[in-house]
Write a protein that binds this ligand. Structure first.
Ligand code: TXA
Ligand code: MG
Length: 345
């Protein structure tokens, strides 16, 4: 049985938080909202508890987990050394959607770090996540609350449908603001490196810590460059529908998609187009509007992919977005959900 708590982030019900915190303290699993995506949490320092996360998600066990904290002081318990860059990032962006990788202390089990000698740490800003972490007073390992390979849920309804009865507790706390997972920044080398792009961008980081690299494995499809964040190498964010990115000059993209939609419907395939609001009326098919700008697209993307499945589409065409700012994170997730299938015109 899963204990379900509905909590309004503006009027947090302390009693419900306590009940869910008890579940975590006993070494069991609780799903909770964060400002990025919902997380599936367990005590990061308890190997048995952490195993339950992998089990609930069906996740490969070499994929390390992010450890969530409510107080910056907790980093001292988890990391061997907090370098200057780490201090700056923690001051500038925490609580918020950025995860830092540091050398781990022995207290962090290998099960949590996926066998690595480093640990990923993040202090979320979502008020429900904060209240839960503060009540538990333990570092909580929490990957996104999806079954491995599926889009990460950002809406309570999708969490419930996918994870009810797979975990011990679920906190339903509304929609996640950012909608894409946190930026993952490796701070264990001289030059900080982004292992996963998110809504805190390379440009944002460079303003405070100077040069930041991007893991070269992110820029290409071939896995011959080993991704440093193990999670980036797996099939990811995939709905059941076949996703294609259509790339090129905007008017031509619209014409091409309309032609493809027409061919598909002759073959009896159900097609939907994911697009910016301003283009919606130009498509001769059903559409899922992603928003008016990149921030809105980021916030709606996973919801849109899950909706495409709920509505039983066979094929999704999506417009391409620029790689600027948060666009990099959007394109990273889109390319993965499309299995790198791009129609170039
Ligand atoms: O926004 C988020 O980060 C969400 C919410 C719940 O906080 N969590 C999340 O966790 O996305 P997850 O497990 O789905 O993704 C963690 C990513 C993976 O790509 C993983 O490989 C990488 O971080 N990672 C974790 N620990 C690492 C480490 N020690 N070294 C390199 N990469 C690491
Ligand atoms: Mg994930």
């Amino acid at each position: 049985m899963t204990l379900i708590s509905k909590i309004d982030e503006k009027h947090i019900d302390k009693n419900e938080i306590k009940k869910q915190a008890e579940i975590l303290k006993k070494g069991n699993t609780v799903i909770f909202p964060t400002e990025t995506v919902y997380g599936l949490g367990a005590n990061a320092l308890d190997e048995v508890a952490v195993s339950k996360i992998y089990e609930a998600k069906g996740r490969p066990s070499d994929n390390p987990l992010i450890v969530h904290i409510y107080d910056k002081e907790q980093v001292n318990d988890l990391a061997k050394e907090i370098n200057e860059n780490a201090k700056i990032i923690m001051n500038e962006f925490w609580p918020g959607p950025i995860t830092i990788i540091l050398k781990k202390k022995d207290i962090v089990p290998m099960r949590t770090s996926g066998g690595l000698d480093t640990v990923a740490i993040r202090m979320p800003s979502n008020p429900i996540a904060k209240a839960l972490l503060e009540e538990v007073k333990l570092p909580i390992a929490a990957p996104s609350a999806n079954i491995s390979g599926r889009p990460s849920p950002t809406r309570g309804k999708h969490v419930y449908e996918e994870m009810n009865n797979r975990v011990d507790g679920i906190i339903l706390g509304g929609d996640c603001t950012f909608g894409l997972e946190s930026t993952v920044l490796d701070l264990t080398n001289d030059i900080p490196t982004i292992l996963r792009p998110g809504s805190i961008t390379k440009e944002d980081l460079e303003q405070v810590i100077g040069t930041v690299n991007i893991d070269p494995a992110l820029e290409r499809k071939e896995d011959n460059i080993k991704a440093k964040a193990p999670g980036m190498k797996y099939k990811h964010y995939s709905p059941n529908a076949d996703v294609f990115i259509v790339s090129g000059n905007s008017e031509k993209v619209i014409d091409k998609i309309n032609e493809l939609v027409n061919n598909n419907s002759k073959e009896g395939l159900r097609t939907v187009v994911m697009c910016l609001a301003k283009n919606q009326d130009k498509y001769k098919s059903n559409t899922i509007v992603l928003g008016n700008n990149l921030e809105e697209v980021a916030s709606n993307l996973f919801n849109a992919l899950i909706t495409a499945d709920e509505e039983k589409y066979d094929i999704v065409y999506t417009e391409e977005f620029s790689n600027d700012g948060v666009g990099r994170a959007i394109m990273n997730r889109l390319l993965k959900s499309a299995g790198y299938k791009i129609i170039k015109i």
